[in-house]
Design a protein around this ligand. Structure first.
Ligand code: UDP
Ligand code: MG
Length: 319
């Protein structure tokens, strides 16, 4: 019987330094522990890199016909790169790994064993420490996961990385979620299936630097909340109801007081406070509503998630 095919997808954005290191480590692991079990396809997704990433990928592709690639017309983000990787992968099993070796290829043999022998559909990885990360970033990340687990149906696990190995069934499930605003951690958690978690300590980048600024992470978190929860809408509705109740009580109180004590026309400061407070809550609620509208607007345009500049795939010549 012919061996099954394993595709490793590597989203890469300005990773000229990391890719050679990644390739070396990946081949070392493959030759040592995987070669007798699966064939290999290495699929680089160049996410519109501005450095020599594509040159590095071209040269790997020339010397090793297991290396394939898709190159985007511009930077579309890691989420789009993951989708492109899954969509263009030929493997029976597909793994997603970062180019910077923060997702150790050395875990792949164990992941594959869990799928082949223990009957799991998907093996994910989570880091149990955040060593080497700024403390403030870790703090907000933790709060985000806590909040998400309360307000969303998707099972979003703290420290879960995009690094995982899955079978075709799971790949197809993820591809069937064709939304434009992609929040992978939520998508992976939403689909279900038999999933096993491997835990490991955080590993720092092998070379180059992180592409995520704090602000980019905040926006990503907001995207995640909006994509996988409607709780903010509920909260603004509840605030509206509470405000109405407070107003009702206040009206009764003021009317009765005026009837008993007359109206000495005072209380301007307190009135201004209340007006400002309510105006604030109204604007906030409209803002929340606007966020959902904006996302809906983008979804309805149905734009492609990425555009290809050039690609070389297994059994398939593109452009
Ligand atoms: N990445 C990408 N597109 C982007 C940003 C990042 O494809 O717009 C890739 C990047 O090349 C790397 C992975 O996503 O392989 C994770 O990025 P990074 O290491 O910068 O994130 P961190 O590990 O710091 O969260
Ligand atoms: Mg990284």
């Amino acid at each position: 019987m012919e061996n099954k095919l394993l595709t490793v997808v590597i989203p890469s954005y300005n990773e000229e330094e990391s890719i050679p290191l990644f390739y070396e480590e990946m081949m070392r692991v493959y030759k040592k522990e995987l070669e007798n079990k699966v064939e290999l396809e290495i699929l680089f997704i160049d996410d519109g890199s501005k450095d020599r990433t594509m040159e590095v990928i071209h040269s790997l592709n020339e010397k090793d016909d297991r290396v394939h690639y898709v190159s985007f017309s511009r930077n579309f983000g890691k989420e789009a790169a993951i989708y492109a990787g899954l969509e263009n992968s030929a493997g029976d099993y597909v793994a997603i790994l970062d180019a910077d070796l923060q997702d150790p290829p050395a875990l792949l043999p164990e992941m594959l064993r869990s799928i082949l022998e223990e009957g799991y559909d998907c093996v994910g990885s989570r880091r149990v420490t955040r060593k080497g990360e700024p403390p403030i970033r870790s703090f907000f990340a933790r709060q985000f996961y806590k909040l998400m687990s309360r307000i969303s149906q998707a099972d979003i696990v703290d420290g879960a990385r995009d690094f995982q190995l899955m079978n075709r069934k799971v790949v197809n499930a993820i591809l069937s979620m064709g939304e434009y605003n992609r929040f992978s951690k939520g998508i992976f958690g939403w689909i279900g299936y038999k999933k096993k978690w491997l835990e490991y300590e955080n590993i720092e980048r092998a070379a180059g630097e992180t592409k995520w600024s704090f602000w980019k992470l905040v926006l990503y978190a907001v995207d995640g909340i909006i994509a996988f929860s409607t709780a903010p809408l509920v909260i603004s509705s509840v605030m509206g109801i509470v405000m109405c109740l407070v107003a009702f009580v206040a009206i009764v109180f003021i009317v009765v007081r005026t009837l008993i004590f007359g109206d000495p026309t005072s209380g301007w400061p307190s009135m201004m406070c209340i007006i400002v407070l309510i105006a604030g809550i109204q604007l906030l609620s409209i803002g929340v509503l606007g966020q959902y509208m904006a996302k809906t607007y983008l979804e309805t345009k149905n734009r492609p998630k990425y555009l290809i500049e050039e690609a070389k795939l297994k059994n398939k010549e593109v452009l």
